[in-house]
Ligand binder design. Sequence first.
Ligand code: HEM
Length: 321
Amino acid sequence: MAAEVRQRKPEKGGEVQPVKDEDKAIVAAPVPEEVKDHRSDGQKLRDRWRATKAWCHKHPEVPLMLVTLCIALYAIKYFASPPTTPKVFDKKSLSLYNGQKNAPYYLAIMGEVFDVTKGKKHYAEDKGYGFFVGRDASRAFITGDFKGDLDDKVTDFDEQQCKSLLEWRDFYRKTYPFKGRLDGPFYNAQGQPLKALQRVEEKAKKAKSHEELRREQEARWPSCNVRWTEADGGSVWCDDGQYPRKITTSLPDGKPTARCACFKDVGWSDVRQIYKGCHPEATHCKVLDEQPPPGADSGEGTEAGLARVKKAQAGATAQQA
Ligand code: HEM
């Protein structure tokens, strides 16, 4: 495409300049073949890389200087602000962070101290949770006794309570700035974790894995609907034409627990019992007692077993007649 020669812009206050002949000549002049770049983009990149490498070979001191500079900058940054160890509070120093005389509001949970000033609508002295401020009241977080349990004694907590306590700590970790550790049952005066902390964490871990197992069992053997009224007593039933059976499951180091589960097939066994007085094919059963119905002998329930139950029930009806 032919290059176009535009009129020159007028100089300040001047008139529009006509295009000069020598300008036309510049544009019209062909680009010399050696000036044109016929290389592909990839080739250009490779050439540039080769040129840089050649330059580095010629000046070997420069890359070395750059590496030294980076190390020096990192060292300056590191020594200017070394990784800090958390501040350790004792009971008295923590109690001073109570919102009085413009002090911030701090509280501790499981020996971790948080600045809860941004939540002062809950923690100010005259608000609902002001009693948590300036102390570690881990126990009250679980028992809900906001008078007698405002302390950090949790050794008697069971696995589930330990798990709930850790959930409260997670809430504070996520919501409020961490300020340090409290010298007490969970951390020592140097801020190092103590056995009591480890024990709570281990118990909570167990509760978590038991919960997962329970969820797995529930997914595998879904629970029946259950109802109890004073007039009618208990009853269990399944939707979608499934059959209620009493099963007994247990968790590692836990007691076996019985519950009603729904099964798609009509079978039964010692560990999958039919509710007493309930027909094996019924989808709705009254809970009379814990024994399997007559004829529901041990071993997997089968069509033959079902026939036996029907026969036994038919016999009983005939006798009554
Ligand atoms: C063990 C029992 C309980 C404990 C330890 C507890 C603890 C707390 C704490 C620490 C807060 C402030 C959370 C924050 O920093 O944002 C809070 C807020 C709140 N709690 Fe409780 N609570 C308990 C039971 C209850 C119950 C039974 C109710 C209701 C009947 C309740 C209703 C509330 C409400 C409405 C808020 C404010 C939520 C908001 O404005 O964001 N709490 N609770």
